[in-house]
Design a protein around this ligand. Sequence first.
Ligand code: GDP
Length: 359
Amino acid sequence: SLTLGIVGLPNVGKSTLFNALTRNDVLAANYPFATIEPNVGVVPLPDERLDKLAEVFGSERTVPAVVSFVDIAGIVKGASEGAGLGNKFLANIREANAICQVIRVFDDPDVVHVDGRVDPSSDIETINTELILADLQTLDKALPRLEKEARTKKENRPALEAAQQAKEILDSGRTLFSAQKELDTSLLRELSLLTTKPFLYVFNADEGVLTDEAKREELTKLVAPADAVFLDAKIEAELLELDDEESVRELLESVGQSEPGLHALARAGFHTLGLQTYLTAGPKEARAWTIPKGATAPQAAGVIHSDFERGFIKAEVVSFEDLTAAGSMAAARAAGKVRMEGKDYVMADGDVVEFRFNV
Ligand code: GDP
C-alpha cells in the first residue's frame, strides 16, 4: 500500500506525532493478520458515511480505510553528502510515495530548535535543499547514459530533454513537484527522483497558533498548493489516553480544535497520495476500500480480491447520497438510482458497489 514518509528537523515533534500515530488499534481490530512494521503508523480515515451505511444494511461493524505513515529516522542536514545515516535516510524517502514534513511552530524555551529559532520557511528550505541536492546527484550520474541512449535512438530524446530540464529546475532551487506543470515527470520515473513526490506539511503548533486564524492562513499559503495540517502533537498523544468523548471534546476545545488533528492528517494524507474510497456493505460489515483516483471498476474489484478483477462481469453501483436518500437498496433500485456498470467504468468517491464476477 502507499505510504507517506515523515521527515523533519530534529526536535520538531516527529517522535511525539509518530507515537500518536502508532497508538491506535484500528489494525489490530480489523486486520488481524496484518504484520505491522515498527516504523509504520496506521491511522483510520474518518468516514461518517460508514455508520450511515451500517444503519441501512444492518451491518454488525464498520471497517474504515487506513493511511500509512513511515517514520523516516536520520539526520537531515548533509544527508545528500551520503554518509551513513544520510544514505539510509534518502533510501527510506525513496520508498515512500509522498513526503510528510513536520514543522515546528510551537514555542518552548525548554526545547532547543536546531537552528536556534522557530522559522517554518527556513525549515522547509533545509529539507528541500537536501532532497534537491540528492536529485541533482542522481541526475548527474544518469545524464551521460541518457545522452548516449538519445544518440543511438531517437525515441530516447524526450527522456534526455526531461532530465536536462529537471536539472535546470533543481539548479534554480525548486522541487520537481512544484514544477509539475512544465515538466513531464513520468519520463523520469526510472530515476525515482525524491522531489517529484507530493508533499504534505504538518505544523506542530501550540494553542497560540491553533487559535490564530491569520497565522494559520499565512502558513497555509506558504506551502500551497500542498496540504497543510495544524495540530499539537503533545495534545494528540494525550487525546489517545482519554476514553470518553466528553473529555476529548473539552481537551480539543481548550486548544481551539473541533476534531483531533490525526483526523485531519489522515484526510490530508489520503488526498496527497491521490487516493479515494468506494464502499461495500452487507450484514457483516460496512467497509471503505482504498483505490487510486481514476481506478476502473475491475481495478476496484481487485482490491477486494484478485479473482474479482480477473472474473469481473459488472458492478452494481449507487452513489452514497442516492442510497441514503432512498433509505434502502431496494428503494434505490425502484427509484432507478442503481446502475449496472461495465469494465470501463471509472469509480467515483463514495460509490456503493456490489460486484458480479465469474470464479
Ligand atoms: P523529534 O526530534 O522531531 O522526533 O521531536 P520529539 O517528538 O522528540 O520532540 C522534541 C521535544 O519537543 C520533546 O521534549 C517533546 O515533548 C516536545 N514537543 C513535541 N511536540 C510538542 C508540542 O506540540 N508542544 C511543545 N511545547 N512541545 C512539544
